[in-house]
Design a protein around this ligand. Sequence first.
Ligand code: AMP
Length: 114
Amino acid sequence: MHPDCIFCKIIRGEAPSTMLYEDEQVVAFKDIAPIAPVHVLIVPRLHIPSAAEVTEENTALIGHLIVVAARVAREQGVAERGYRLVTNVGREGGQQVYHLHWHLLGGRQMRGLG
Ligand code: AMP
């Protein structure tokens, strides 16, 4: 837990969120500034700054995150049409919040990767 991390605060219920899924390892809540009709953040409870800091010890956790993302995609009704899972890493990767997360984006056609 990092005291100044907004996602840690959301995970502990100390900051507001629209929570869609929770288990012992992972939470999923709506992005506050959605860029698609479905924009959900899939977030491990463990504070890992980014995908660059993931270690072998975290491999099961990362696999579980993808399982949760697929479940949330089904629940949000985008599984059949398709969706995008993105994790930004570092400054040029466009990362704003340094607590590992995947963006689940769906409900419109995705284009490009820029
Ligand atoms: P990234 O640029 O990959 O670090 O993405 C961070 C995301 O977190 C952005 O899409 C923000 O809109 C989102 N975000 C920031 N603060 C909050 C918050 N309090 N609740 C929900 N989403 C947030």
